[in-house]
Design a protein around this ligand. Sequence first.
Ligand SMILES: [Cu+2]
Length: 485
Amino acid sequence: MTNSPNSPSDSTRRVTRRTVVGAGLALATGLSGGGYVARRYLGADGSDNPRSILDGEQSYPEPEYGNPDRKHHLTVTRGEIEVAPSETIETWLYDGQYPGPELRVREGERVRITVHNELSAETTIHWHGMRQFGSNAMDGVPGITQPAIGPDEEFVYEFDAAPTGTHWYHSHVGFQLERGLLGPLIVEEDEPHVEYDRDHMVILDEYLTSEPAVRSVDRGMMGSFPGSPEYDGTLVNGKLPSDPHVVSVEAGERIRLRFLNAGSATTYRVSIGGHAMQITHADGQAVEPVTVDTFDIGMGERFDAVIEANRSGRWEIRAHPLDDRMPAGRAVLRYNGSTADDPRYESVGMRQLEYGDLTAVSPLDRIDGTPDRRIDLNLSTGGMMGDSDEWTINGQAYPNVDPIRIKEGEHVRLHVVNHSPMRHPMHLHGHHFVVDGALQDTVTVPGHMGQQTLDFVADNPGDWFFHCHNSYHMETGMIQLFEYK
Ligand SMILES: [Cu+2]
C-alpha cells in the first residue's frame, strides 16, 4: 500500500512534514506520485559540510523535560587520538575522547544530556538500548524524531535510563559513527542477578584511516553490492594490538566484561585466552548464565561475560573479525603481580554461544501466544542476481519506503529472511524484541536465507527506525520505519 501525501487520512502533522520533505526529494530523484518518500537518511556522506535538510515546514514529536537526577554535557569536536605509540589519527570525538566518555547512571534515574555540536557538520545522538518509553523525541534520528543539531547548536536530550544494562550512544548521521562518534552508556542494576566484583567496558571497532565511503564489493556470481572500505585493523577500547588496552584483575576476582561491538561492518568472534566466559546479559538484558568459550557479536550488539580470575598471568582478550579482512583486535587481561611479557592465548574449548542458548531472566509481558500482526521482511540487495548500489527491505530502499503501520497494543511478529550472502544486524528503536527466549534490541540475521523471528509489543507510540546496523547497508537503504500513534 502506498501512502500518498495527499491522502485525506494522512492529516497528521508528521505526514505533513514528510510531504514537504518528500516533495523535494521526489523531484530530485525523478519519482512521481505513489510510494512514500521521506527525506534521504541524513547527510549520508559524513562530509564535513553542513547540509541544510530542513527546507520547509517540519514537525517532530515534542520534547518533554522534567527533573533529571543526573546531568551530563557532551561536546562534539574533531581531534586527534593515539591508537598506538606514535600512531595518531584525526577523527571525530565526544569530549575529545574516543571512545566517548563512559556515561554511567543508576537504575531508575532520569538523565539529561546536553549535546553541543562544535563540528561544521550536523549531528544527533541515538541512545542505543534506551527504550525511550514515551520519549520518541529523544531517540536521535534526524528528520524523524528531531531536526539535526547544526554547527554551534545544542540539543538537550532527556529520558528515563531504562532498561538497565550495557548500552551505548552514537551519532545517527551518515558515517559519523564510523568516524568515532560513539561511547558507552551503562545503567547499573540495583540488584544484579549474578555476582561479580567489578565491571569493565570492552569496545570493539574497526580501524579506518581513510574516509568512510561506500565501496562497491564484487561478489562474482552474486554480482556486486555496496559495502565498507578496506580497514586497517581492529581497535579495542581505542587501541591497536601493538599497544593494547589492559584490564587489571586480582586473582580470585569475578570480573564482568561488558562487550560492545561498535563497528560499522564487522562481526567479531570474541574469546579470552585461558578463560571460559559466563554470558550473563544480551543487549543489556539479564539472561540465565550460560558458559561458553567464544561468542560472535554483530554490529550494535552487547554481551556481558563474567569471568573467574583463576589463572594468573597475562592473557589475550581476542576479537577476531569473522570475515578475516584485517588482523584481530586485542586487549589484555593482566593479573596484578604478573611478570609475564606477551599476553598468552590458549583456547579453552569450542563452546560457541548461539542465540538459542539465551533465556531472559524476566520475560517480557504479553509476548506469548499468537501475534496480532505478522510481518514478513525480506532483506536483499536491490538487484537479486546483478549489480546493485542499494540494500533493501522488501525491495524498498529508504527513504523510498512505505512505513509499516501498526497499532498500539498489538503483539507484532517480524519474520526476517535474509536473501543475501551478508549478515545483517537488525536494530529496532524504542522496543526490545524476543528472539528465541531472550530480549534484545539488535539481532544478527545470518546470510544465505538465514532467518530470525522477532516478537514485540507495540507499547511505545511514535516513529521508530528498524534498520541494519552495518553503516554501509544502512546508508544505502536498509531502513524501515514503524509508525503508530
Ligand atoms: Cu546489513
